[in-house]
Design a protein around this ligand. Structure first.
Ligand SMILES: Nc1ncnc2c1ncn2[C@@H]1O[C@H](COP(=O)(O)OP(=O)(O)O)[C@@H](O)[C@H]1O
Ligand SMILES: N[C@@H](CCOP(=O)(O)O)C(=O)O
Length: 311
């Protein structure tokens, strides 16, 4: 196969109470990668669109190609060469899994070009290495859902144990990205290493409640469980107007609202697309009242994850 194009969607990681263990993908936006075979060995980035020239062109430093190098090394392939074009369709440092979408698109595309030696599940550890390149931490709550689709739970990192749970069909996500940038690396650095027993108990209750609420389509339980007493109080200080925007989402019909990934994006979950749109408009207006421009995406949960666009 001489040409492959793949798309990988943006993701909401943590989902309020599930730091590093919950994530789901949305339908749009997402990154697209094009791979073209070349005769000489080596992976070369020939173009990146949509990044205003800010992303590394060095294949080892960009998550889209770093994962390809890991995969080739694992498979013992030394004579493979391709040119890579990356179309970035989301901002960097967004909390929408930007680096993860590139990593997943990259690993899915090269696996396809090589004739699918690995399954989707088997690609996960390589996509996680893309996150290490971007933020120094190989967390799976963005790459997992972007690769596999659905609402992903990471029960364990060592050994890696990841599964998806069903969610109600009428569940919609509102994603609002204010025009500021927060690097995941920095947002991880400010977290405390110690957690009180009281907060651990509260967080475990909400984790259990959110899983049960999603699986039983119990919207009240989902709403009551979208509470993060550990991470959100620390990170929300990095996001101007956080409290006001969150309150606006809840006042306009959202079940709950929190930081998407490490921020600055906020996400809300709602029952039905109309509620998700109403919450989104209110969130955007609240940022605008404070002079902050933002972009808005409303989507159901993406059940399929990354896709190969051309054979
Ligand atoms: N293909 C890529 N897409 C986005 N960021 C990348 C990519 N490759 C490397 N990076 C680096 O990753 C960092 C952004 O990732 P991260 O902080 O996790 O943001 P996000 O929450 O949007 O994924 C930046 O330092 C950026 O240079
Ligand atoms: N669990 C991670 C998720 C980071 O998501 P991103 O979209 O901000 O890269 C964390 O919270 O650090």
């Amino acid at each position: 196969m001489n040409f492959v194009k793949a798309f990988a969607p943006a993701t909401v990681a943590n989902v309020a109470c599930g730091f590093d263990i919950f994530g789901f993908a949305v339908k749009e936006p997402g990154d697209t990668v094009e791979l073209r075979r070349r005769d000489e060995p080596g992976i070369v980035i020939t173009d990146i669109t949509g990044d205003e020239g800010r992303l590394p062109r060095n294949a080892e430093k960009n998550s889209v190609t770093g994962v390809m190098l890991y995969l080739l090394k694992h498979l013992g392939i030394t004579d493979f060469g391709c040119e890579v074009v990356l179309h970035k369709n989301m901002p960097l440092g967004s909390g929408m899994g930007s680096s993860a979408a590139s990593a997943v698109a990259g690993v899915v595309a090269i696996n396809e070009m090589l004739g699918k030696p690995l399954t989707r599940q088997e690609l996960l550890p390589f996509a996680m290495e893309g996150e290490r390149i971007a933020s120094g931490s190989a967390h799976a709550d963005n790459v997992g859902p972007s690769l596999l689709g659905g609402f992903v739970v990471i029960r364990s990192y060592n050994p890696l144990d990841i599964f998806t749970i069903p969610v109600p069909g009428d569940l919609y996500c509102t994603l609002v990205h204010p025009d500021i940038e927060i690097n995941t690396k920095d947002a991880r650095f400010i977290l405390r290493n110690e957690v009180s027993l009281k907060n651990t108990i509260a967080q475990m209750g909400n984790v259990a409640g959110l899983v049960a609420g999603l699986m039983q389509a119990d919207y009240d339980l989902i709403s009551r469980s979208m509470v993060d007493v550990i991470i959100e109080p620390v990170r929300s200080i990095l996001i101007p107007q956080f409290k006001e925007v969150k309150q606006a989402a809840i006042d306009h019909g959202a079940l709950g609202c929190s930081i998407s990934g490490s921020g600055p994006s906020l996400f809300a979950l709602s029952r039905g697309v109309e509620n998700a749109q109403k919450a989104g408009a209110a969130m955007k207006d609240t940022f605008a009242d404070a002079g902050i421009a933002s972009s808005l995406h409303v989507s159901s949960i993406n059940q399929g994850g990354a896709v190969v666009l051309t054979e």
